[in-house]
Design a protein around this ligand. Structure first.
Ligand SMILES: Nc1nc2c(ncn2[C@@H]2O[C@H](COP(=O)(O)OP(=O)(O)OP(=O)(O)O)[C@@H](O)[C@H]2O)c(=O)[nH]1
Ligand SMILES: [Mg+2]
Ligand SMILES: [Zn+2]
Length: 405
């Protein structure tokens, strides 16, 4: 199994304008809302009982200047010192002021229930839990951490075989890919430059509607999408030309690849070099196989597609970040069964279809949904072959909230 030891360094802060590490910040006392269902401390103690209790206490209460308000916990508000943040770029509303001299910068590789893997500046991987204060700060998300997060953590004294630490701050994010999970936002990955939408030419059969769905997610999140059609060794590439042409015409980069034969992988590596990339797509299309093919050290588990159903077996079960030997890093995700779009209202969707967008303002009714209305410029454009019929149908499915499979 790949350990990540001695691997590529973290992205340089100097190159990242949103990075706040090491810069002087305006400290401010802020009143912040707390989450109602505060997590129990006892459970964490249990899990981390092998830590020195004194050290754990000290770490947990790092921020001595936090004051409970007059009404104490009843008010669910508290004063902390830090910098106010918009909810958009951070899982917590405040960038906490912490003693940075005691901390290391890290990158979250994998998020677990209580303990997550964080890569430190020298490549060492620490098992980290999240400081209580961070966990209890109000958040609209299921989990305060996501793969790809940049964090500040305090290394703890060694007790087991793997170094441990306590995450005290999550830096603001940019390029966040989210989906809806039981009505709440689930951040799949944070701080990414590009989304590789992986499909397969066959086995499982190509699903253009899923490409469209993921394109909408990328457009909304302002992440550069690339359409990847894998397993081209199984078909005659000429068959794929109409689809490739369609997306290329819309300005999307389309790549035909084969993890088995190596076809197109040179170009794929060029695209990924020094970038922060996330792969998404159905189970069985070969996401993990492609990563193994471009960097054999990764050695990620893969499994054949079921011959009866032609479906993947959901082999990858956790979202995980891997540093790449040629620079940059990549996130492998479990195959999406149902990629529900997060935070996109149905009436917004047409605006994220590059081919529909030029027409939406020309419909007779300003609130036209482009589904049933008369005098709809979008439907007219479909009739005049200005918009591809399949793309329009794909829009209709997304608008109706239909599942992909
Ligand atoms: N013929 C052919 N088979 C491939 C190719 N790439 C992957 N496969 C096979 O497809 C199957 C599924 O590959 P995985 O890499 O596990 O797929 P995945 O997308 O990671 O699937 P999940 O982890 O379940 O989401 C494996 O049996 C691979 O050997 C390819 O380019 N050509
Ligand atoms: Mg996989
Ligand atoms: Zn319309």
């Amino acid at each position: 199994m790949y350990t990540g030891l001695g691997s590529a360094p973290l992205a340089s802060c100097a190159l990242n304008p949103s990075c706040t590490m090491g810069k002087k910040k305006k400290k401010k006392k802020l009143r912040v809302e707390f989450r109602k269902n505060r997590t129990t401390r006892a459970r964490h103690r249990e899990r981390f009982r092998d830590l020195d209790p004194g050290e754990f206490e000290q770490a947990d209460d790092l921020l001595a200047q936090e004051r409970l308000s007059g009404k104490g916990e009843v008010s669910r508000k508290r004063t902390v010192v830090g910098q106010e943040l918009s909810e958009q770029d951070s899982p917590v509303p405040v960038l906490l002021d912490v003693d940075e001299s005691q901390c290391l910068q890290g990158r979250v590789l994998r998020v677990g229930g209580l303990v997550s893997d964080v890569q430190g500046p020298d490549g060492t991987i620490y098992r980290c839990m999240v400081r209580r204060l961070l966990k209890t700060l109000g958040t609209h998300e299921r989990n305060i951490l996501a793969a790809g997060d940049r964090v500040l953590f305090k290394p703890l004294p060694a007790s087991g075989t793997q170094p441990e630490g306590l995450i005290v701050r999550v830096e603001p994010r940019r390029g966040v890919l989210s989906r809806a999970s039981r009505g709440r936002e689930q951040v799949i990955v944070a701080n990414v430059d590009q989304l590789l939408i992986v499909t397969s030419a066959a086995l499982p059969p190509l699903k253009p509607n899923l490409i469209d769905r993921l394109l909408v997610a990328a457009e909304k999140a302002d992440i550069q999408p690339v359409v990847l059609i894998n397993k081209v060794d199984l078909v005659d590439p000429a068959e794929l030309q109409p689809l490739v042409g369609l997306y290329a015409q819309l300005g999307y980069e389309v790549l035909l690849v084969s993890a088995t034969t190596g076809f197109g992988l040179q170009r794929l590596m060029e695209l990924m070099r020094d970038k922060q990339t996330v792969l998404a797509g159905q189970s069985g299309v070969g996401k993990s196989s492609l990563l193994n093919a471009i960097d054999p050290r990764l050695n990620i588990r893969v499994q054949p597609v079921s011959p009866e159903t032609q479906k993947g077996r959901h082999t990858t079960t956790a979202t995980r970040l891997y540093p790449l030997q040629f620079g940059g890093w990549v996130v492998d995700t479990p195959g999406v069964r149902q990629f529900e779009l997060w935070d996109i209202a149905p009436e917004e969707i047409a605006g994220y279809f590059r081919d529909l967008r030029p027409f939406v303002n020309h419909c007779r009714y300003p609130d036209c949904t482009h589904i049933n209305e008369d005098h709809c410029a979008v439907k007219n454009a479909v009739a005049d072959y200005l918009i591809d019929t399949r793309r329009y149908e794909s829009y209709c499915h997304l608008f109706a909230g239909d599942p992909v499979e």
